[in-house]
Design a protein around this ligand. Structure first.
Ligand code: NAG
Ligand code: NAG
Ligand code: NAG
Ligand code: NAG
Length: 278
C-alpha cells in the first residue's frame, strides 16, 4: 500500500514537472498551423487537377457514345425496313436472308465502339496519384515531428524554434520538388491521353464508316435482288432491259430467221423475260 502511494507521488511529481517545462517554451502553433493549412491547400490543388483531368478525358470520349447511339438508330431503321420486306413472300425473304447477314448486330457494334472509347483516365492518373500519396504521407508525419521538437528541446526556445523552422523549411523544399514531379507526370499523362483520344476517334470513325458502307451495300443488294424478281415474272412490272417480246404472227412463223430475242448488250441484266405475243 505504501509502495503504491509513493509510486503515485512520483508520477504526480513527474507530470507537474513536465507541465512546468512545457510552459517554459512558447509553442509555434500558429506558425505550424498556417503552414499546414497551405499544405492542405496544395493537396486539394492536386486533387482538383486530377479530377479535372478525368472529367476532361471523359468529355472528349463522350461523342463516341453519341455515335454509337446514332449507329444503333441506323441499324434499327434498316431492320424496320427489312422486316416487312421479308414478310412479302419466300423470294423476298430469301433476298433479305442472302444479303442482310453482313449487317452487324447492335450489341457487337456497341461493344466495339466502347472498346474504342475505353476510359483510361484512372490508369493515366496512377503516377500523379502516387506522387500525391507520397506528399500526403510526408505531411501526415509533420505534427508528430513538431511534437518531437517540443519534447527534445523543451528547455531551449531557440533550439525548439530552430527545430520547428527546419521541419517547415524541409517540408517547403519537399513540396516544391514534389510539385515538379507531379507537374511532369501530369504533362506526360496529358500527352498520352491526347494521343489516345486521337486513336479512339480513328477507331470509332473506322467502325462508323465501315458500318455505313456495309449497310448501304446490303440494302442495295437486297433491293437489286428484289427488283430482279419484279422485272422477271410479272407482266405489269416487266420493263427494259429485262424484257423482250417475240411476236408469233404469220410473218414471223414463216420466217426461218428472226431477230435473236435474247440479244441484250447490257451485262448487268441478271434475268430475261420473253413475252410471246400474237
Ligand atoms: C441466295 O443465295 C443462294 C446461295 O448463294 C442462291 O443459290 C440463291 O439464288 C440466292 N437467292 C436469291 C433470291 O438471291
Ligand atoms: C541548443 O543547441 C546547441 C547546438 O546544437 C547546443 O550546443 C545546446 O546545448 C543546446 N541548448 C540546450 C539548452 O539544449
Ligand atoms: C425475216 O426476218 C428478218 C429479221 O427480222 C427480216 O429482216 C426479214 O425481212 C424477214 N423475212 C421475211 C421474208 O419476212
Ligand atoms: C443496264 O441495266 C441497268 C438496270 O438493270 C440500267 O440501269 C442501265 O442503264 C442499263 N445500261 C444500258 C447501257 O442500257
Amino acid at each position: 500500500m505504501l509502495k503504491n502511494i509513493s509510486v503515485f507521488f512520483v508520477i504526480l511529481y513527474l507530470s507537474l514537472n513536465l507541465n512546468t517545462i512545457q510552459a517554459a517554451i512558447e509553442p509555434l502553433d500558429e506558425y505550424v498551423t498556417q503552414n499546414i493549412r497551405q499544405y492542405n491547400a496544395k493537396l486539394k490543388q492536386y486533387e482538383v487537377e486530377m479530377a479535372n483531368f478525368k472529367t476532361t478525358h471523359a468529355k472528349q470520349l463522350s461523342p463516341i457514345n453519341v455515335q454509337a447511339d446514332q449507329l444503333e438508330l441506323k441499324i434499327e431503321e434498316a431492320n424496320s425496313l427489312l422486316i416487312p420486306i421479308e414478310l412479302i413472300d419466300q423470294w423476298h425473304r430469301q433476298c433479305v436472308l442472302n444479303y442482310s447477314s453482313s449487317i452487324p448486330a447492335i450489341a457487337t457494334l456497341r461493344s466495339s465502339l466502347s472498346a474504342c472509347a475505353s476510359n483510361t483516365a484512372d490508369s493515366l492518373m496512377s503516377s500523379p496519384k502516387s506522387t500525391f500519396n507520397t506528399l500526403k504521407s510526408y505531411y501526415d508525419k509533420l505534427p508528430n515531428s513538431v511534437a518531437n521538437c517540443e519534447k527534445t528541446h523543451s528547455n531551449s526556445q531557440t533550439n525548439y524554434t530552430t527545430c520547428v523552422t527546419k521541419l517547415i523549411t524541409d517540408a517547403n523544399t519537399y513540396t516544391v520538388n514534389n510539385q515538379k514531379t507531379f507537374t511532369s507526370y501530369m504533362e506526360s499523362s496529358q500527352c498520352t491521353a491526347d494521343s489516345r483520344i486521337v486513336a479512339a476517334w480513328q477507331c470509332s470513325f473506322n467502325i462508323v464508316f465501315n458500318t455505313a458502307s456495309i449497310l448501304s451495300t446490303a440494302l442495295r443488294k437486297i433491293e437489286d435482288c428484289v427488283d430482279n424478281r419484279v422485272w422477271c415474272g410479272s407482266l405489269a412490272a416487266c420493263k427494259s432491259p429485262n424484257c423482250n417480246t417475240v411476236y408469233f404472227n404469220n410473218a414471223v412463223r414463216q420466217n426461218e430467221t428472226i431477230r435473236n430475242p435474247l440479244y441484250n448488250p447490257n451485262s448487268t441484266v441478271s434475268c430475261m423475260e420473253i413475252h410471246f405475243l400474237k
